[in-house]
Each structure stands twice: as structure tokens, then as C-alpha cells.
Ligand binder design. Sequence first.
Ligand code: NDP
Ligand code: MG
Length: 392
Amino acid sequence: GAHRRISILGSTGSIGVNTLDVLAQLGGRDAFDLVAITGNSNVELLARQAQDFGARMAVTADDANYVALKDALAGTGIMAAAGREALLEAASADADWVMAAIVGTAGLAPTLAAARRGADIALANKECLVSAGDLFVTAVADGGGRLIPVDSEHSAIFQSLEDDQHHAVERIVLTASGGPFRTWSREQMADVTVEIAKAHPNWSMGLKISIGSASMFNKALEMIEAKHLFNLRPDQIEVIVHPQSIIHSMVGYTDGSVIAQLGAPDMRTAIGYALAYPDRPKLNVDRLDFAKLARLDFEAPDEVRFPALRLARMALERGGVQGAVMNAAEEVAFQAFCDGRIGFLSMADIAEGVMEAMTGHPTATTIDAVFAADTEARRRAAELISKKEMAA
Ligand code: NDP
Ligand code: MG
């Protein structure tokens, strides 16, 4: 019928599950055609989602999970596939709207494929913009689809931007909760485990972004994401710590006005907005009770305790492939932290070391140049991690 065709890259993750919840609230399989959903390790959930929503195709990025997925979907008529090529095919299928919710740089190639084919891209996978920047924005524009932010801060800015007032935007203010270590000293942060670092005070999210909230590396990524989404100069991008996570971000205009978007810390609002844009959906999410909230607090961010913010400024000012380099190095460092190989504070040291070693790189004019910088940054990060381990 005339149902909207939807695909979800990363349906088994935190954003993916929330996206399916929003689709269910808005009519589920009676209202949408689910073209393709993709996951990686969680085959059981992927198969269940595919059946619940009547997906045409379910794809696991991991070849090793092919048989398990195929068995789980036997007799359902749902196509099962696995591996990198299958993931790209799923991304290129004929959906009108694609939720990009794979975590990390692994999402770049499939999201690019969806963009080039012309789907509207609801972008949660911020690493696409951090790594490929304007190349990614151009790919979406060339494909003819829209780029709609899902990251709550960027959705807030998107919602606070009047179409005919872009020229009057002076600055944007990204809010940051400050994470679980907002009031901790560097000495206290030095010895924290993954278990402690992943416990976010307000939002429930995947592991990578939860750790990134604790180190504020997530905010660093979001600063670069904002630059490319809204075509801003580095000096127009501010960060303010706002522990309640009620104001999701703000836009400051030339007349001194500041427009903000507020809501409960629930990703379904941003996902629903991206789905219904330019309309608004009716969603069953918590409403704000201002009398109960009583107050909203703000603090200046501390770039000494949270050096990721300083690295983001560096990447913004240097431009070129520094975003890709910072992101790739930090992905490797994040994995090493999760594996217990390096301490929490070492993640920023590794990222900075790799960025400093790769300042001479030319501006990337092709996606292949981005991937090359990504590969080199990963190799250098792995070397720095080994050195740190040997020194410890
Ligand atoms: P999760 O870790 O919860 O989910 C990640 C998804 O990607 C899962 O479906 C996972 O599959 C899949 N995946 C993991 N590795 C690969 C790979 N190598 N190839 C293909 N697919 C893979 O992450 P989140 O949902 O938290 O985050 C997704 C993106 O959205 C990130 O970029 C994050 O920064 C962004 N975001 C998330 C927010 C949140 O509230 N969670 C808020 C704002 C942005 P499986 O689980 O089956 O292994
Ligand atoms: Mg965010």
C-alpha cells in the first residue's frame, strides 16, 4: 500500500529498540512497511523484531551469526542475510526513511549507501558526521534525501531553528549532563572501572555512548556533529553543563533571544520528531512537571578534568581529517579501556597523541581518504596503547 517504507540500521541497540517502540506507538505494521533491520551480535532479538514487525529482511553484520539467524527465521518468509555486503545491500534497499543507529565508524559505509540511494536519513550514528563531515552531508544532498538529526541535542537545535532565520543564528549551546563524574577529581577518575563509568545519571543508552558521557567524549563528538549539521564556525559552538538534562540544547540569535527545546530525557521524542518531521507525532512519553522539577542548573564545563572537549576544539579548528582521526583513536582507546588494558583517563591521552601525530594530513576530499586516515589512526592508537601497557 502507500505505507511509509522504513529501515533501521542497528535495530537491536538502544536507539533501534526505541525506534521500534515509536513505530509501534504510531501504528506498527499497520502503518509502516519495515524493509530491512540490521544487528550484529544479538540474533535472537533481531529475529524477534523482524517477526513482530513483519520486516522484509533481517541482516546481521557478523558472518558467524548467519546460521543462527537463518534458523530463527525459518518458515517466516523473512529474508535472512549476514556480512558486510549484505549490510550494504540492506542499507541500499528501497526505504523512504532510514534510521542510522549502528554504533561507531562501522555505521559509516552502510549509512552512506542509504544516503546515496536517496533515503531520508534519521541520524543517531553521529560518528558518520564526525569522521566524514561535509562529505557525508554532500552524499545525503546528492542522494536527494533529508538529513534529520536524532541525537537529542541536535534534534533540539533543529527544532529551535526557524527555516528563514539561519542568517540570524549567533551561536548554539549544547547541553551536557556532565555524566557520573561531573563532580569528581581527576585523581578519583583515574581508577574507575567500566561498571562505574557506564552508569549514566539521566539517560539509558548503549555502552559506547555511556562511557562517552562519563569522559565527555560524547560531547566532543557532538560539537563536531553540530558543526557539520548546521554549518557553523567553531567559535559558534558552546557547551554548558546542565545536570538535569531537561533542556536538550539551545540556539542563540542576533537579537539576544535564546530558543531551547525541553523534554524528559527520553530518546523517543527525538526519534518521533525525525520520523514525523515536519509534523509532530503523538507519543506516550513522560510530560515535564515544572513544579516538581523546581530548578534547572548550569555550570561551565571543565576542560582540564574533561580533556575531550579541548580535543574537539582542536579538531574543529584544524579541520581536515582530524575529526576522523580523533574518533578512530578514541574508538580503539575505548575498547582498550573496556578490556582493562588502560585507565579511564588514558583514553583522552591516546586520542590526543594520535591527533598530534597526524596533523600533517591533507584535507579529505574523498571518503577513501577518510577511511585511510581512520585506518592509520587505529594503528597508531594501538601502538600507543601497547607502549602504555609496557610502561605500566
Ligand atoms: P548500542 O550499542 O545500544 O547499539 C548499537 C547497534 O549497532 C546494535 O544494533 C548493534 O548490534 C549494532 N552494531 C554493533 N557493532 C556493529 C558492527 N560492527 N557492524 C554493524 N552493526 C553493529 O548503541 P546505541 O543505540 O546507544 O547508539 C547507536 C548510535 O546512536 C551511536 O552512534 C550513538 O552515539 C548514537 N546515539 C545514541 C543515543 C542513545 O540514547 N543510546 C543517543 C544519541 C545518539 P548488536 O546489538 O546486535 O550487537
Ligand atoms: Mg546526545
